[in-house]
Design a protein around this ligand. Structure first.
Ligand SMILES: *[C@@H]1O[C@H](CO)[C@@H](O)[C@H](O)[C@H]1NC(C)=O
Ligand SMILES: *[C@@H]1O[C@H](CO)[C@@H](O)[C@H](O)[C@H]1NC(C)=O
Length: 295
């Protein structure tokens, strides 16, 4: 069948492919030590100097699945004109490398550096705003979001992490997947002081003396994959990095059963505990875009 016949015969297909942008691969985006794939979503109506959001899938799934799962994100891009990068990793059961010193360290290599190459490619190609680069991720993608915040604070402007682990928790583990990693982190058995966790973050780029991107984290109390104790560890980590303390707890924010904790003046760090929610907390695109200061 000719394409034109197909389009005419199927109005839904027209809506999906003609009037909205599509997800497409970018074969050569630069230095790629993690051997990752880059997919990009560029809206038809790109904003001038657009923001860039890196959207990071979890383990056991390709980027395409995450693109379909977080279904409010592409329409938000169509509406507001920002670019979305969907990095994809296939090795280690599709889990991001959050265990090797290469990936955990500024400009040392592996997946984190490949993701930074994707960002630099998008900035150059679309004249994007380097001060509006964000990362969002679920599970393994949440772990990687925090790696990017710690190791590339010069690249990322804010991150939002759904159901992850503290930065550095899996350092030195044989892998980063449920099958290859040391299970102590996922069980919530790796407990450190705020100072120890913050020292981890600072080790990502020794000598860096600038500020870190604002961090928003989410976790469910019924998470059977990554124990909710990890939320407490992440809170210790980032409140120490930012030198902030709890100032407000808001019940049922943004919806029933969620408790939002605000620290300091609320601009550097916030956390959400989702009562009865398992792995992973569904992405709240609106709350994350607000955190990024986009809308
Ligand atoms: C990774 O870095 C830590 C310090 O942060 C160090 O103690 C450890 O030996 C390093 N591991 C390897 C394999 O180089
Ligand atoms: C921060 O780092 C920059 C570049 O490494 C250096 O030029 C500057 O003196 C440092 N500032 C402080 C307060 O240490």
């Amino acid at each position: 069948m000719k394409i034109s016949t197909l389009l005419l015969a199927n109005p839904a297909f027209i809506t999906a492919t003609v009037f909205a942008a599509t997800l497409r691969p970018v074969p050569d985006f630069g230095d790629n030590p993690g051997n990752n794939q880059m997919l990009i979503y560029v809206p038809d109506q790109l904003a001038p100097n657009p923001a860039v959001i890196v959207a990071l899938h979890g383990c056991l799934e390709p980027a395409l699945t995450y693109y379909l799962e977080v279904k409010d994100l592409p329409p938000a891009s169509d509406k507001h004109g920002f670019i979305i990068i969907y990095p994809d990793t296939q090795k280690d059961s599709h889990c991001w490398d959050v265990a090797t010193n290469k990936s955990l360290t500024h400009n040392k290599g592996s997946d984190s550096l490949s993701i930074v190459s994707m960002v630099k490619y998008a900035i150059a190609k679309y004249n994007a705003d380097p001060s509006k680069v964000f990362a969002i991720g679920s599970s393994s993608g949440a772990m990687m979001s925090q790696v990017l915040a710690a190791a590339y604070p010069d690249v990322f402007s804010a991150v939002s992490a759904y159901s992850g682990l503290p930065y550095g928790c899996l350092r030195g583990s044989p892998g980063s997947s449920p099958f290859t990693s040391d299970p102590a982190c996922s069980k919530g058995e790796v407990r450190k002081s705020g100072v120890e966790w913050a020292t981890e973050v600072r080790s990502a780029w020794p000598g860096y003396n600038g500020s870190y991107p604002p961090v928003q984290i989410w976790h469910g109390t019924a998470d059977q994959v990554l124990d909710p104790q990890n939320l407490q560890e992440e809170i210790k980590q980032w409140t120490t990095v930012f030198e902030v303390q709890l100032t407000q707890k808001r019940k049922d924010d943004p919806s029933d059963g969620y408790t939002r904790s605000i620290y300091g003046d609320g601009t550097q760090f916030e956390s959400y505990l989702a009562e009865g929610v398992g792995h992973v907390v569904p992405t709240q695109v609106q709350e994350t875009l607000r955190w990024f200061g986009l809308f």
